[in-house]
Design a binder for this molecule. Structure first.
Ligand SMILES: [Zn+2]
Length: 493
């Protein structure tokens, strides 16, 4: 029975012995792969391009069209398989391969997916055809690992885990964290502190309040740059009441942006064990900085970028909040200069949580700095307005997730965040403690926390409220000579 293919194989091997291109034909025969007609391949390309998001924050995985092949799945589906660039995995026992999988009716494409196979002590590279043939099956002979199913924009659609070839109910998945987030975690000795305002996204749907749980991080390389993305294989355990008991993050790989001119594809220099510039990290999801600075004025843009990306780890809470929002893959904050609706120096607009099946998936908001106001402000004044709006988003995000929308933002800021704001501004600009407090109170002066007191003790001195108002105003405006009354010009460095 096997004789005919063997004869054909022998014949092709003989004929093609010296012709490199024929290796593909041999491959097809050995692996039971089919050739894809040009029309079908074009149909897959059109399907892919029509659905590709134009959002630049979405990672773009590029199909290697020239290496496409066709197979029949055990479910009877005709599939077109297109390989995609892989990333280096620096961990023994774990292997990953990813492909585009297009479902066809023979002549045209009806569905397209990015599929990742993650093997746990199972070498997925040597079993690619077996895995692809059993895509979406409940049984994958011998396979232990997970199969992640994404749309073409790398947004997770479905996840299946297997042990010994059978579906199981383990909670295991891939998670991407940024280098910034790892720096924050490193400060707390690799243990994530309990979220300040809200429970984790995973436990929101639980009716009962869950206690905090520990997260353990294994194998993270030290000193990764903030803009690197680290991919973890994450195991979650639940307690009997459905709450998360623990999460274990096992380092898998990382990718760092390749500096322009150094050539893509070469490992990022100085990044340690891995880091290729070939494709986005495994695990999908928007992974670029999630606070996006769209400010048009170049000097004001620079001022805000310095605040977002400050490497000064002594800035503590406010810096942690900025970095946390900026590295949270479920956050989309756009910072813009323009006109505020309420004629305020800054304004948060369109804050909302997108939910899928009742589970919060994404927090999005716009932070608008009033261009006619900030153009006459100093760097210190502009950043004070910015962190005020960052806190609005931080409080709004927590409120939208746990349903406490009616929380008084300004009162919360006045009670909890004035001192952290002041120490942040002081650390960033080296201004006096008094000036830093004055800037932090700006925008909060009609709260009861401000109006209920007559004087303020700052740095051992007693000040009238009017002292604070005058001091903050000096950072926000110019004198008759056109010069700032206090602080640093946006364009000064
Ligand atoms: Zn406000």
């Amino acid at each position: 029975m096997k004789q005919t293919p063997l004869i054909i194989l022998a014949a092709i091997t003989t004929i093609c012995l010296l012709v490199f291109a024929c290796r593909k034909e041999i491959d097809y025969l050995i692996h039971d792969r089919d050739r894809v007609t040009p029309d079908l391949l074009e149909s897959a390309q059109v399907w892919y391009l029509q659905r590709l998001s134009s959002d630049p924050s979405i990672p773009r995985l590029l199909p290697t069209w020239k290496d496409a092949w066709g197979i029949q799945s055990v479910n009877g589906d005709s599939l077109v398989i297109v390989p995609a660039p892989e990333n280096y995995i620096g961990v023994k026992d774990i292997s990953v391969r990813r492909f585009f999988v297009f479902k066809t009716d023979g002549v045209s494409v009806s569905d397209g997916r990015i599929v990742e196979f993650v093997g746990e002590s199972f070498d997925v590279s040597s079993q690619v055809d077996l895995l692809l043939k059993h895509f979406r099956s409940d049984v994958v002979p011998g396979f232990t690992g997970i199969v992640l199913d994404y749309d073409v924009n790398y947004d997770l659609f479905d996840k299946k885990s297997y042990t010994g070839g059978q579906l199981d109910n383990r909670d295991v998945g891939l998670v991407n964290l940024s280098g910034y987030e790892m720096h924050i975690l490193a400060k707390s000795k690799w243990t994530r502190r309990a979220p300040i305002q809200s429970m984790s996204r995973e436990v929101i749907s639980a009716a009962i309040p869950c206690p905090p749980y520990t997260e353990t991080y294994n194998g993270v390389p030290g000193n990764l740059a903030g803009n690197c993305v680290i991919t973890f294989l994450v195991y979650t355990t639940l307690s009997s009441n459905g709450c998360i008991a623990s999460k274990t993050y096992n380092y898998l790989s990382h990718t760092c942006p390749v500096p322009e001119g150094s050539g893509s594809g070469s490992p990022a220099s100085g990044s340690g064990s891995s880091g290729s510039g070939d494709g986005p990290p495994y695990g999908g999801g928007a992974y670029s900085n999630t606070i996006t600075n769209n400010i048009k004025d170049p000097c004001i843009n620079n001022t805000i970028s310095n605040a977002i990306n400050s490497p000064n780890l002594a800035l503590e809470l406010i810096d942690d909040i900025i970095k946390e929002l900026d590295s949270d893959l479920a956050v989309d904050i756009q910072v813009e200069d323009g006109e505020t609706n309420g004629n305020y120096p800054g304004e948060m607009q369109d804050a909302e949580i997108t939910k899928v099946n009742g589970i919060p998936r994404k927090f999005s908001a716009k932070l608008v700095l009033d261009s006619s106001y900030v153009v006459d402000a100093s760097q210190e004044g502009t950043v004070a307005i910015f962190i005020h709006e960052v806190l609005h988003s931080y409080i709004a995000k927590a409120g939208l997730i746990d349903g406490t929308n009616n929380i008084d933002h300004h009162q919360t800021m006045a009670e909890k965040y004035v001192a952290p704001m002041a120490s942040y501004l002081q650390g960033l600009f080296g201004i006096s403690e008094f000036d830093a407090y004055a800037l932090s109170w700006a925008g909060l002066t009609y709260t009861s926390a401000f109006s209920d007191v007559l004087t303020f003790e700052i740095g051992g001195e007693t000040y009238d409220k009017s002292d604070l108002l005058i001091a903050s105003a000096a950072y926000m405006g110019r004198g008759g000579d056109g010069n700032l009354l206090n602080g640093t010009e946006h364009c000064s460095n």
